[in-house]
Each structure stands twice: as structure tokens, then as C-alpha cells.
Write a protein that binds this ligand. Structure first.
Ligand code: GLU
Length: 270
């Protein structure tokens, strides 16, 4: 692709800047292990866009899921220190995998572990923002963000990366936030077979009512936090798209402006 496809970049930028959130369900197998072929496919798609000039920031879950296997948990634990231990063990596994896969294509990852407090402090927020801008200007780096689960505790925890990804999108003034998940979009009824709503112009009570909690053990926030993320991104003027992370060439199709999953318009776009 020679043109920035159906995507328009913000004023002053030649190519679009995207924040792409990869959920636990889309990175792992039903058994809870990291799904290597799937992660490779996602990395290849990101590399394809980078080669066409796109600026990409990844927000990746999967640390807890990946640590669970190594620590011998068959299902997601509930005690905070167990979850934190899983994240401590899983995060380096996850980053090692990303680094290996991106390095094969000539790119490198840059890890950011953020907490709510970092985003709440003007100084820390600015530090993170400037570091991210610097890395984005050096084209071969891909910032990979996760919540710093090891130090986050109940009261200050995002707990899900949906809302974190919306704050990151706002921090880097992204053109779009894309949430890749194991659900293909917002359904009229939160059930298999419920019709996917392609466009949400405004988050109404009716839309909120459709966003039932995800029942999968491997997912964290469900649709409720995705709609909240759309609200956060939208109020910063950033549209958000939810799509099935396992659908073939999903990022490329979104880049080409195809209607994939559910697009939430931002304030000012309606
Ligand atoms: N930060 C958590 C992890 O890396 C996941 C949160 C989420 O999936 O939204 O495992």
C-alpha cells in the first residue's frame, strides 16, 4: 500500500498513528498458553503497517495469562498477590517473545509499564509521553505498554487494559484506538449470533445496556470496559474500533477503511 489507505492522519502527520490493544484472549490458546502462531500473525501485520509508515503503539495484555502457565495455575487465580506473581513471571516472557518476533523483521520493542498513578501525575505522565514520542520518532521501535500489575493494588488498579489503552491513545494523540479481542464487535445482544453493530455514533444508554460482561475466563474487562474506553478516547477526539483479533489481515483491512467490527465515533465526528 502506498497511500495511508482509508485512514487520515491528524494535522501535521503524514501517516496515521494508532494505538492497538491486544487482549489476553487474542494472544493465548484456550489452555491459557501464549498462542505463538497467532502472535506471529499479529506482529507481521504490525510490521506491514510500520513499513508503510504507520506509527504504532501496542498495549498488550497477556502477562498474567502467560505467567499462569509457568506458575502452574490451571485457571486465573483471584488473590491479588497471585495475580501479581503471574504478571511478574509472565511479563518478561511476553516481551521476550515480542522482541524475538519483531527483531526478525528489523524492529525492536520498548517496554512501558504504567499505573494509574503515573497517568494521574502531571510530571510522570509527561515523562512517559515524551519517552513515547521520542521512540516513535525513531521508526524501528514499537512501544509495548502494559499495566504495571506487580505494583498496582486494588484501589488504583485499572485491572483491564481497555481503559489504559484509551488513556495511552489520548497521551500520544493517536488517530485511532483499535481494540483487538476475541469478540468481533459490539453485539445487539451479548450472545453468539447477536448482530454486530458496525457504527456507534454516540454512547447512549441503549449501547451501554448491550455491553454485557464477557463470560470468558481468559478475558478481563468484557464489553463494558471497552465501551468505557470508547468514551475516554472519544472525549479526546479519538475514534475507537473493536475487531476480532483472529480475523485474517484485520489491521490491514481497518487501514484500508473496510468496515470491520464496531467503530465508535469520537466527539466532533458525528
Ligand atoms: N495487565 C493484564 C495482563 O497483562 C491484563 C489486563 C487485560 O487483559 O485487560 O495480563
Amino acid at each position: 500500500m502506498t497511500e495511508p489507505g482509508g485512514e487520515k492522519a491528524r494535522a501535521g502527520r503524514v501517516h496515521p498513528r494508532w494505538v492497538v490493544k491486544l487482549g489476553t484472549g487474542v494472544l493465548s490458546t484456550p489452555e491459557g498458553d501464549l498462542d505463538l502462531p497467532q502472535i506471529r500473525r499479529l506482529v507481521e501485520q504490525v510490521v506491514g503497517l510500520k513499513k508503510d509508515g504507520w506509527e504504532i503503539v501496542l498495549v498488550s495484555s497477556g502477562a498474567i495469562g502467560s505467567g499462569m502457565g509457568l506458575l502452574g495455575y490451571g485457571r486465573r487465580p483471584t488473590a491479588i498477590e497471585e495475580l501479581q506473581a503471574c504478571a511478574a513471571v509472565g511479563q518478561p516472557q511476553l516481551m521476550r517473545l515480542y522482541e524475538e518476533l519483531f527483531a526478525e523483521c528489523g524492529y525492536h520493542v520498548a517496554q512501558f509499564l504504567l499505573t494509574y498513578l503515573d497517568l494521574d501525575s502531571r510530571t510522570l505522565y509527561e515523562n512517559a509521553r515524551k519517552t513515547m514520542e521520542h521512540l516513535l520518532s525513531r521508526k524501528i521501535f514499537i512501544p509495548v505498554i502494559n499495566e504495571n500489575d506487580v505494583v498496582s493494588y486494588e484501589e488504583i488498579k485499572f485491572g483491564d487494559n481497555d481503559r489504559l489503552s484509551a488513556h495511552v491513545a489520548s497521551m500520544v494523540n493517536a488517530d485511532k484506538l483499535i481494540i483487538l479481542s476475541n469478540v468481533p464487535g459490539l453485539r445487539e445482544r451479548d450472545q453468539e449470533g447477536g448482530k454486530i453493530i458496525p457504527l456507534v455514533e454516540e454512547i447512549t444508554e441503549e449501547i451501554e445496556a448491550m455491553a454485557g460482561q464477557t463470560r470468558s475466563e481468559r478475558s478481563v474487562g468484557g464489553m463494558v470496559t471497552k465501551v468505557e474506553a470508547a468514551r475516554i478516547a472519544g472525549s479526546a477526539g479519538i475514534p475507537m474500533q473493536i475487531a476480532d483479533g483472529r480475523a485474517k489481515a484485520v489491521l490491514r483491512r481497518i487501514a484500508a477503511g473496510e468496515p470491520v467490527g464496531t467503530l465508535f465515533l469520537a466527539r466532533g465526528q458525528r
